[in-house]
Design a protein around this ligand. Structure first.
Ligand SMILES: Nc1ncnc2c1ncn2[C@@H]1O[C@H](COP(=O)(O)OP(=O)(O)OP(=O)(O)O)[C@@H](O)[C@H]1O
Ligand SMILES: [Mg+2]
Length: 278
């Protein structure tokens, strides 16, 4: 059976109105995301990646256009999803298990019904012995694992992840990539994953959407045809390098990466190489 469309984004734009100016963050975004698809968004800082996630989650309204999830227009915060941010957002005064169960309390569901599943999720990410620890006793990678468990606890069909591993060291990040790929293999949720790391996006995704500098538009849609389950060794395959090269070329065409010194184009201001990672 062909995969069903889960999210449809039609002619969506977003302008933020501030006291100083209007900022067009997104311009005419059109996009479809299928059920159980793992899609990454890559693009330079400020191109509207987080904005797009906020619009999909219904936390911010779109200025024009329509977003539908399962055919229903998103007009208020959509609750049947999990969100993981760059900062883990754990509550310092709650232990690991209570942090994972937070959503259940907010949703006024019965804690006892969800506790076994919370423990099982923590077990799956190697934190089975840490349920009564506090966030301050955990490393950055462990904290982010707790956040992922929290986002998955109510079994949402959709997971939005905004640079969840951006603050982690390289080795922990590799491990988190592997863990997430495994979790995704087992649960087949729809994931929309924002990252500045092109290899991370290639490693994890079925499809990568490349965004232009602000106002953000989708300028490329690249299917990643690498076998699953994936191991870190796929990064040594020639196909992996080909995808990397293909995306780097798009960045160059968009003025996001500039090879020659002194050719900084208008508006970039900061060092372009600091914006994306290989
Ligand atoms: N609440 C807001 N009010 C006003 N402007 C905003 C707001 N949120 C974002 N913006 C602006 O909209 C543009 C897009 O921001 P957004 O955070 O979506 O970018 P991003 O691609 O996620 O960037 P980064 O990679 O740095 O996280 C930026 O110019 C930003 O300054
Ligand atoms: Mg962002």
């Amino acid at each position: 059976m062909p995969a069903q469309t889960l999210i449809k984004i039609e002619n969506v734009s977003k302008t933020y109105t501030t006291s100083k100016e209007d900022i067009v963050a997104l311009q005419t975004v059109n996009l479809e995301i299928k059920e159980a698809e793992f899609v990454s968004l890559v693009g330079p800082s400020g191109c509207g990646k987080s904005t797009l996630l906020m619009l999909i989650s219904g936390l911010y309204p779109a200025t024009t256009g329509v977003i539908t999830i399962k055919g229903e227009p998103v007009t208020k915060p959509y609750t049947n999803l999990g969100i993981v941010f760059q900062r883990d957002m754990l509550l310092d005064w709650r232990n690991v298990l209570d942090n994972v169960l937070l959503q259940i309390e907010i949703r006024r569901l019965n804690r006892a019904d969800y506790e076994p599943h919370a423990r099982e999720l923590l077990e799956r990410v190697g934190l089975g012995n840490f349920t009564d620890r506090y966030p301050r006793e955990l490393s950055g990678g462990m904290r982010q694992r707790v956040s992922i468990c929290r986002a998955l606890l109510h079994e949402p069909p959709l997971l939005l992840m905004d640079e969840p591993f951006g603050a982690l060291d390289a080795i922990t990040r590799d491990q988190m990539n592997l863990d997430l790929e495994r979790i995704w293999e087992q649960s087949r949720k729809t994931v929309i994953f924002v990252t500045h790391s092109v290899p991370e996006a290639i490693f994890l995704s079925d499809r990568i959407l490349v965004m232009s500098p602000r106002p953000g538009r989708i300028v490329a849609n690249i299917e990643i045809n690498l076998p699953r389950p994936r191991t870190l060794d796929i990064r040594d395959l020639p196909e992996f390098s080909d995808y990397n090269r293909q995306i780097r070329k798009i960045f160059r065409e968009q003025g996001i990466l500039i090879d020659e010194l002194g050719k900084d184009k208008e508006g970039l201001g900061q060092s372009p190489s600091s914006e994306v990672d290989y």
